[in-house]
Design a protein around this ligand. Structure first.
Ligand code: SF4
Length: 196
């Protein structure tokens, strides 16, 4: 599509780019393509992944003045080559939604409501709970029989009360660290959402 210099000046002066393009006699799809360029001007580009399902389709995000202004399929991503299903294509709406939960929430035992807490408070609570569960369920040794039928006791150092569940959006490096964290906690229950 070619837009003359005069046309671009008209766009700038008019303020409403779509309207001005329509006035120039361009169709809705051409107007959309042209205004998209203006919207992304000066925006920083990041790659990310759709967080809706285990396919983990690649996306390109554009951020301007700290605000997400565009989200679309990543044409270079090996899983989706730029395509998104209807859920992924509508993901920006969830980002913009006033109903989006933006801070941790806590419901105290016996309470019927959730209250917003700070991230520091949430981390404190999680760490304390994990430590308490780990200590209460720690198995240091197990007994078994050796090949001669003699009872033997050997170290296992684990808890069966903690499990970790990863997601399709985790990179290989994150999964590696995730597994390390599981071993530090003393659990071998490390699972991945995409296997369910
Ligand atoms: S775009 Fe659709 S298929 Fe791809 S990850 Fe998102 S929800 Fe799954």
């Amino acid at each position: 599509m070619n837009v003359s210099r005069r046309g671009w000046l008209k766009l700038a002066a008019g303020g409403t780019a779509g309207l001005a393009l329509a006035e120039l006699g361009l169709g809705p799809s051409e107007a959309r393509a042209a205004t998209k360029g203006l919207k992304l001007e000066g925006a920083k580009e990041f790659t990310t992944a759709c967080n809706f399902c285990s396919c983990g389709c690649g996306m390109v995000a554009h951020v301007k003045d700290g605000q997400l202004v565009n989200l679309e399929g990543d044409p270079d991503h090996v899983i989706n080559f730029g395509a998104l299903c209807s859920k992924g294509a509508a993901m920006k709406a969830t980002h913009d939604s006033p109903q989006r939960v933006r801070a941790p929430r806590y419901r105290a035992p016996g309470s019927d409501r959730w209250v917003e807490i700070s991230w520091d408070e949430a981390y404190e609570k999680l760490a304390a709970k994990l430590k308490a569960v780990r200590e209460a369920t720690w198995t240091a040794t197990e007994k078994d029989q050796d090949k001669d039928g003699k009872e033997v006791e050997y170290p296992v150092n684990r808890t069966d009360a903690i499990g970790l569940l990863g997601g399709a959006q985790h990179t290989n490096e994150e999964c590696y660290v995730f597994n390390k964290m599981g071993r530090l906690f003393g659990t071998s229950f490390v699972e991945h959402q995409a296997r369910l």
